[in-house]
Ligand binder design. Structure first.
Ligand SMILES: C[S@@+](CC[C@H](N)C(=O)[O-])C[C@H]1O[C@@H](n2cnc3c(N)ncnc32)[C@H](O)[C@@H]1O
Length: 275
């Protein structure tokens, strides 16, 4: 039943996507090539099945530990309560020194991570307020902005496609990826997440895996560029994908992705090229 719904929704999205491209193609020649391109994109993204191995959340978190949640009522942009509990349980168990969230929205997950791992230094980024995505007309992260947090959460503003993340490369223990959900955005943010934990025994969680086709494709694409032994998993009952480094094996990326193999002066250009 669930599979039927996913397939049906993929078909509807594909029809809308292909028709939109056909109309665009009519006005922007050469038409034939761009329409065929759209059909390939549809097959590649919208009819994609998730491939990650499934894992039970119980294998990743300590279920007997109490967790603290706040603002549990869910907005459509956000994680489900189970997903929030898994993210927070995971963070509580690992107690990462450094956390980077890509996509703050109102700050509900940011705040929950802080409440359950108060020693973690959290950075979180979103577009500046006043954009169409602003949470109810508020600044991104407004749920924690008026709290006394001893600087443990730092709000960054910027477009993740162009933001300079290089000061944080190789410094983070845990990254939560949940910003733009198109393939292009998800791929760029997934690469950023890898650079943030490169050289460390870190972990990355992605939201909307197996739900948003662009995210699903991007996650599986970056998998192929990880050279060190890691687990790539899909947490059952959630849309969370997880990369977790094996103990004793810091994240190593192949030469196409690795930031450490590039000469200093090549880095900014390389970042721009990924978007
Ligand atoms: C799904 S919401 C994040 C939800 C949040 N992580 C949570 O768990 O409650 C996605 C957020 O990503 C932001 N976003 C989308 N594209 C972005 C971009 N290119 N750069 C920065 N932020 C972006 C949106 O403004 C939105 O607030």
């Amino acid at each position: 039943m669930a599979n039927n719904i996913i397939t049906f929704s993929a078909l509807i999205r594909g029809i809308i996507y292909n028709n939109a491209t056909a109309i665009k193609s009519f006005f922007h020649r050469p038409t034939r090539q761009s329409y065929l391109e759209s059909v390939r994109t549809y097959q590649d993204i919208y009819l994609r099945e998730p491939h990650l191995r499934r894992v039970s959340a119980a294998e990743l978190i300590d279920e007997s530990e109490a967790i603290e949640l706040t603002r549990c009522i869910r907005n459509e942009w956000q994680t489900t309560l189970v997903e929030l509990a898994v993210i927070v349980g995971f963070v509580k168990k690992r107690a990462p020194k450094s956390v980077f969230e890509i996509g703050t929205f109102d700050g509900r997950t940011t705040l929950a991570m802080h409440l359950n791992s108060p020693d973690s230094q959290i950075h979180t980024i979103d577009l500046p307020g006043g954009t169409e995505n602003s949470p109810g007309g508020n600044e991104p992260g407004y749920l924690f902005h008026d709290r006394q947090l001893d600087g443990k959460i730092k709000q960054l503003y910027g477009n993740t496609l162009t933001f300079d993340f290089s000061p944080w490369w190789g410094t983070q223990d845990f990254v939560f990826v949940d910003a733009g959900h198109s393939y292009e955005n998800a791929l760029a943010d997934s690469k950023t997440a890898l650079y943030l934990i490169e050289g460390r025994e870190g972990a990355i969680l992605w939201h909307d895996y197996a739900v948003m086709p662009g995210v699903t494709k991007a996650v599986e694409e970056v998998m192929g560029h990880v050279e060190s032994p890691v687990e790539f998993l899909w947490i059952e009952g959630t849309s969370l994908a997880l990369l977790i480094c094996n103990s004793g094996s810091p994240l190593r990326l192949d030469s196409e992705y690795s930031r450490t193999s590039l000469p200093e002066e090549a880095l900014p250009a390389a970042v721009e090229k990924t978007v």
